[in-house]
Every structure is written in structure tokens, then in C-alpha cells.
Design a protein around this ligand. Structure first.
Ligand code: ADP
Length: 486
């Protein structure tokens, strides 16, 4: 088609020249148009990072190179069964897993995990970042998406691999909610193309393609991306706790002459809030300091100096003071003990490592969806909510602003009790009940439960203090260890 048009165009130009018309402006316009066309073509083809090729080739990454992310790594490995055993999945008629979303702050090892996933499954690996797809020209992003998927398949063929993993960093830039951007046509087209490509993946097709996306803000993503059959697995990749930080330091000092390996424990303790990337940079800085001093080994003081350097260089968030850490620990311990006493089996882990806006949190064991609640069940939930602030009161004799969110949730539950006719007011109409009356009843429900919860915590005071102390020291605790405090 292109050739025919070119031929006709050329014939017209020659004809015009023969009958004596000045064809120079026409030729100029054609040349300009060709330039523009080639430019757009180039925009559509960007080089995606292909680790293992060219100057960026590094050592092969596997899961042993990742520290402090045990549960995230396990969850990811579980999801990768789909890639490892495609025949079994196809045989059972299971819908293929097309996307895994890694959610967590920068520098926690999401890229590492995607690379390790590729070597674990023997897949070709190709990486891109959400921002590479966004251009001012409509349609370019969509074209790049198509190219990305084609490149991944071609790469797998070339390397004779049965599957390919596409890693897309900064997923929120590419996959933000549709219609929320100023130049939204371009964003929407790009996202639509990604959805089309993902929907086209099938389990009996070779090479099988899996997308691993990374973001810090899963809530910013378009809901269409999170629907079953797209990114239907989410893996939380949080900041490492003390033990995790120690493992990461071990990994990054493997190739370095450290004079006293014991110091790494102390460094792990002193680097609360550091991500894996910060720790890698810390190990590197310590080595540079040692080299500058002409020392042949990295000594303790080099590590200590490097901490300050990383904190200042990276403008790290302020770390909580020791008193704040104690308060967060006792608060979370209060929630966990009351939850486990009222409903055994509900606490899965506990941490004082911040995530998002929460300074610490209790991870609940997964439970079945529930649509109906009895009064007792709602009461128990309220008591768990109140227990954080009450534990603070037992230890410090006062409470803090840290319980604000707990209280607002407790209040919502008490309102639910009243409006569902489960309170001492009996059956009422939620729309017609005077505000004052509703307020008084909620206040009474919460007040009564507060007394019961406080009594309960007082009886467990010893466990409360020892659990909180353990949390201050270790920063997190899993279920098995937690049970020892009950
Ligand atoms: P993210 O993709 O989450 O922003 P990366 O995977 O790119 O983070 O991590 C950047 C660097 O930080 C890695 O190359 C590695 O050196 C170091 N790093 C981050 N997390 C870890 C970890 N959990 N274990 C070991 N090293 C880590």
C-alpha cells in the first residue's frame, strides 16, 4: 500500500514538473512530512531495559540476594507456580495469572524481586517504567505498550525460554484512574492498550507472559487493573525490620572486608526506617570512608559514620524517639492481646515499622468475609479498637493522638449497633433518631466497653509489658513468638 501511494505521489510530482508548475514547495512539504513520520516512529520505539545485555549486565539475581522480605518472597513464589507449572494449570482449566502487583515504598527490593522471579522461573526478563509510556503525542504510549509485549515475546523466543516476565515500575503513572489526568486521552489510550494486551494472555500460548508491576500507591490505580484476571495478586513489600536489616547488611557486605562482623547487629538496630537501598548505600559509604582513610578493612566507626551520611544525604524521615517507639509498641501490644483473647487465632503478626500513615500495625489473620454481625461480635471489634489507647494509659498514665483513627472506627461500629436496633434503645429508625440521642447511646456503648477492656488489660499487664518490650527490641513479631506472651 505504502509503495503504491509513493508511486502515485511521484508520478503526480513529475507530471506537475512536466507541465511547468514549480514543484519545489511540494517537495519541501513531502520531505518535512517524512521527517515528522520518522520522528513519530522513533517515539514509538524506546529501548527497554534488558538486564543481562550490554553494559548493564550484572550478576544474576535470585531470591537469596533479597533480605528481610521473607513473607513477600513466599507470596511471590506461590504466585509463580503458574509460570513454573503451566501444563498443570492449563490441564485444570485455571485462568492464568497475568499480573502480580508489588506494593511498597521505593528501595525495598521490588525490582530485585521481579528479576529474581525471572531467574526462578527461567523466564526472559524485560523492564520498563510507567513514565516511559507517557508522551504528549496521543497514541505513542499505546504503541509502546504493544512493542513492549512484542519485545518480551521475541526475547523469550530468542533465548529459547517458555515464558517472559515484564516488569513495569511506577505503575501508578501509567495505570492511574482513567479520566483523572489533564491530558487524559493519551493516558487512557495507554492504559486501555495495557488492558487489551493483558486480556490477550492465555495459558496455552507460548511464550507465556507475566506482568509484574510495582507501585507505592495501589489505591491510585484504575480499578480495571485490579480486576480478576489482571493484577489480581498483590504482594506487600514493606520496610525491613531489625532482623531484615541485618540480613540485608550481610548480603551487601559479603564482598567487603569487614573487621568486626558483630557490628552489623548494632548497625541494624540503629537504622530503623532504612530501606534496602539505604542499607546498600550505607555499606558502600562505609567502604569508601575506610578506603579514604587508607584502612584495609571496614571498621566499626566507618559504619557508624556512614549512617549519618545516608540519613543526611537521603533526607530520611525522622525516626521516632525511643519514648515514641515505646508508646507505639505498647499501643499495638494492647490491640493484639485483646484481639487474641477475645477471638483466638486472629493475630498474624505485629510490627512497629511504619507503613503508609500508620506508625505500627497488627496484621490480622485472613478471615472469611462476613456480612452479618451479632452484637457480641461488634462489641469485640470495638474493644480491640479501644485497647491501643487503654494500653498506653496503663503504661504512661495518659493517652496520645495515635488512637484517633481507632476511635473513629469504634464510633462507626457503635453507630451501627444503634441503627441496627441492637442497642438498649431497641428498634429505632436511623434517619429519624435525634442526633443527641444517637450520640448519647454511642457514648454509653463505648464507655461500657472501655471499662471492660481496661479491666481485661490490667489482668494481662505482665504480658502487655513484656510483649511491648520485645517489640521495642525486635520491631516485629510473628504469630509463633507472639503466642508465647499469651
Ligand atoms: P525498588 O524497586 O523497591 O524501588 P530496588 O529493588 O530497585 O527497589 O532496590 C534498589 C537497590 O537496593 C537494590 O539494587 C539493592 O542493592 C538494594 N536493596 C533493596 N532492597 C533490598 C533487599 N530487600 N535486600 C537486599 N538488597 C536490597
Amino acid at each position: 500500500m505504502k509503495e503504491i501511494l509513493l508511486g502515485i505521489g511521484l508520478a503526480i510530482v513529475i507530471f506537475l514538473a512536466v507541465i511547468g508548475i514549480n514543484v519545489i514547495p511540494v517537495i519541501l512539504i513531502v520531505v518535512l512530512a517524512a521527517f515528522f513520520y520518522l520522528f513519530m516512529l522513533n517515539q514509538g520505539s524506546i529501548k527497554f531495559e534488558e538486564p543481562g545485555s550490554g553494559s548493564r549486565r550484572g550478576p544474576k539475581i535470585d531470591f537469596t540476594d533479597i533480605g528481610g522480605q521473607d513473607s513477600a518472597v513466599n507470596e511471590l513464589k506461590e504466585a509463580l507456580e503458574f509460570v513454573v507449572k503451566p501444563e498443570a494449570i492449563y490441564h485444570m482449566g485455571i485462568r492464568p495469572l497475568r499480573g502480580v502487583l508489588l506494593v511498597g515504598p521505593p528501595g525495598t527490593g521490588k525490582t530485585l524481586m521481579a528479576k529474581a522471579a525471572a531467574s526462578y522461573t527461567g523466564s526472559a526478563f524485560i523492564a520498563a517504567s510507567g513514565s516511559e509510556f507517557i508522551e504528549v503525542y496521543a497514541g505513542v504510549g499505546a504503541k509502546r505498550i504493544r512493542k513492549l509485549f512484542n519485545d518480551a515475546r521475541k526475547k523469550a523466543h530468542k533465548e529459547k525460554k517458555r515464558s517472559a516476565i515484564i516488569f513495569i515500575d511506577e505503575m501508578d503513572i501509567l495505570g492511574g484512574k482513567r479520566g483523572s489526568h489533564t491530558s487524559h486521552l493519551e493516558y487512557d489510550q495507554t492504559l486501555n492498550q495495557l488492558l487489551v494486551e493483558m486480556d490477550g494472555i492465555s495459558s496455552n500460548q507460548e511464550p507465556y507472559v507475566l506482568i509484574i508491576g510495582a507501585t507505592n500507591r495501589a489505591d491510585m490505580l484504575d480499578p480495571a487493573l485490579l480486576r480478576p484476571g489482571r493484577f489480581d495478586r498483590q504482594v506487600q513489600v514493606g520496610l525491613p525490620d531489625k532482623g531484615g536489616r541485618k540480613t540485608i547488611l550481610d548480603i551487601h557486605t559479603r564482598n567487603k572486608p569487614v573487621s568486626n562482623i558483630e557490628v552489623l547487629d548494632e548497625i541494624a538496630r540503629a537504622t530503623f526506617g532504612f530501606s534496602g537501598a539505604h542499607l546498600e548505600s550505607l555499606a558502600n559509604e562505609a567502604a569508601i570512608l575506610a578506603l579514604r582513610e587508607g584502612s584495609s578493612e571496614i571498621a566499626n566507626q566507618h559504619f557508624r559514620e556512614a549512617i549519618d551520611k545516608v540519613i543526611m544525604g537521603e533526607k530520611l524521615d525522622r525516626r521516632p524517639t525511643p519514648v515514641e517507639m515505646e508508646r507505639i509498641s505498647i499501643h499495638e501490644s494492647g490491640h493484639a492481646l485483646v484481639s487474641e483473647m477475645l477471638e483466638p487465632g486472629t493475630v498474624s503478626s505485629l510490627t512497629i515499622i511504619p507503613r503508609g500513615k500508620a506508625l505500627g500495625f497488627m496484621r490480622k489473620a485472613p478471615q472469611d468475609d462476613q456480612y452479618l454481625y451479632t452484637r457480641d461480635e461488634l462489641d469485640r471489634q470495638i474493644m480491640v479498637m479501644l485497647a491501643g489507647a487503654l494500653a498506653e494509659e496503663i503504661k504512661f498514665g495518659n493517652r496520645s493522638t495515635g488512637a484517633r483513627n481507632d476511635f473513629s472506627q469504634a464510633w462507626k461500629l457503635s453507630r451501627e449497633i444503634v441503627e441496627a436496633g441492637l442497642s438498649s434503645l431497641g428498634i429505632i429508625s436511623g434517619d429519624d433518631i435525634p442526633g443527641e440521642m444517637l450520640y448519647r447511646e454511642c457514648h454509653k456503648i463505648i464507655g461500657d466497653l472501655e471499662k471492660i477492656t481496661l479491666d481485661m488489660l490490667r489482668k494481662m499487664e505482665h504480658s502487655l509489658h513484656s510483649l511491648a518490650k520485645y517489640l521495642v527490641d525486635e520491631e516485629s513479631i510473628d504469630r509463633e513468638h507472639f503466642l508465647q506472651f499469651i
